[in-house]
Ligand binder design. Structure first.
Ligand code: TRP
Length: 344
């Protein structure tokens, strides 16, 4: 019997994507996608641009529109192949919002109160935070469960949301005594792929950090990249020859992680190339590595953005395929819950 594998993941279209999004998420999706091809099992990949998640904090409409298309262009430019994967915009498949409501009625507030991302994002302004930001994990659960997803590749920071998704699916199945939802597994990225801020090696590189020098965007020009690496925080010691010696040097570790990841090397083998060097000699090499990896991606993104007809065709196709799966699930769920079916 062939086992159906379904992979689902998504990125929010807020600001343009960084090398952290690329190395920590998209590059990994690309390799999952090609593993699926060599596998006898049937693999279905769904990569979504989660615009409905983006509006959990205020967005400028013009920027949201642009970032949504640019995120889709970035998936394609980075190697997500529309012949092997469905690429689509979350708001194009209405079942996401519908299932999110159904699930939110079954989500205990106690579970949501424990979500660390809400606490971080709402901060001291908890009273002013929107209901959507609070309910965000139920929308994410809907994304995943709609497609009977088996595997969810995510960063460490999203693990808690995937666990809540599992709990919700289990409690639904148990309550209605049916196997309505597949229980998804998180696939957590290794620490070697976790890219940190260039200004503070203990903080994740973020699209929303107030400092532009904290991150490298995939659309940055070679000059910008050179500038940002030049300004990146470091320490005074030369580079060591093994990763264990980087434990208490977060900035050094982050730069070598970038150097290794862009060349598909392990950190230890990357260190063999550069051990003993100081940052004045290492930084120009790192800059070169990043520029040569990002140039084709940047050019590809620009091509998709300059003539958007191909991009829109791919997105329409993606949402059509996704809707097909999603409709089946939402109909099953509603029938199970006792909703009257429309007669047409
Ligand atoms: N919450 C995720 C993030 O901010 C994005 C996301 C939304 C997602 N829905 C998802 C990731 C479903 C994986 C699966 O990074």
């Amino acid at each position: 019997m062939t086992q159906q594998t379904r992979i689902f993941s998504g990125i929010q279209p807020t600001n343009n994507l960084t090398v952290g999004n690329y190395l920590g998420a998209i590059k990994n999706w690309v390799s999952l996608q090609s593993q699926g091809q060599s596998n006898e099992n049937q693999v279905e990949n769904l990569f979504c641009i989660v615009d409905l998640h983006a509006i959990t904090v205020p967005q400028d409409p013009t920027l949201l529109h642009k970032a949504t298309l640019e995120t889709a262009a970035t998936y394609l430019a980075s190697g997500i192949n529309p012949k092997q994967s469905s690429i689509f915009i979350q708001s194009h498949v209405r079942a996401h919002t519908e299932l999110a409501w159904l699930l939110s009625c079954m989500t205990p507030m106690g579970w949501l109160n424990r979500m660390t991302q809400f606490k971080d994002k709402a901060g001291k302004n908890r009273e002013k935070a929107g209901l959507g930001l609070y309910a965000y994990p139920t929308l994410m659960a809907a994304d995943i469960l709609l497609y009977q997803t088996t595997h969810v590749p995510v960063g460490d920071d999203q693990k808690q949301h995937v666990e809540m998704t599992r709990d919700l699916a289990q409690s639904f199945n148990h309550h209605y005594n049916e196997d309505t939802f597949t229980i998804p597994e998180p696939v957590i990225q290794g620490e070697a792929k976790r890219i940190m801020s260039l200004r503070d090696g203990t903080k994740k590189m973020s699209k929303s950090d107030p400092s532009g020098f904290s991150r490298i965007h995939l659309t940055d020009s070679p000059e910008d990249i050179a500038q940002k690496i030049k300004k990146a925080k470091t320490d005074l010691a030369p580079l060591p020859d093994s990763i264990v010696e980087l434990e208490d040097r977060p900035e050094a570790k982050n730069l070598i992680t970038l150097y290794a990841a862009f060349q598909n090397m392990t950190i230890d083998s990357a260190l063999k190339n550069v051990a003993g060097q100081n940052f004045a000699s290492f930084k120009p090499q790192l800059t070169e590595v990043i520029i040569s990896a990002l140039t084709p991606i940047r050019e590809n993104i620009a091509t998709y953005m300059n003539d958007q007809s191909e991009l829109m065709d791919i997105l329409n196709n993606g949402s059509e395929k996704a809707s097909h799966i999603a409709e089946k699930t939402i109909n099953d769920v509603k029938e199970t819950m006792g909703f009257v079916k429309e007669n047409n």
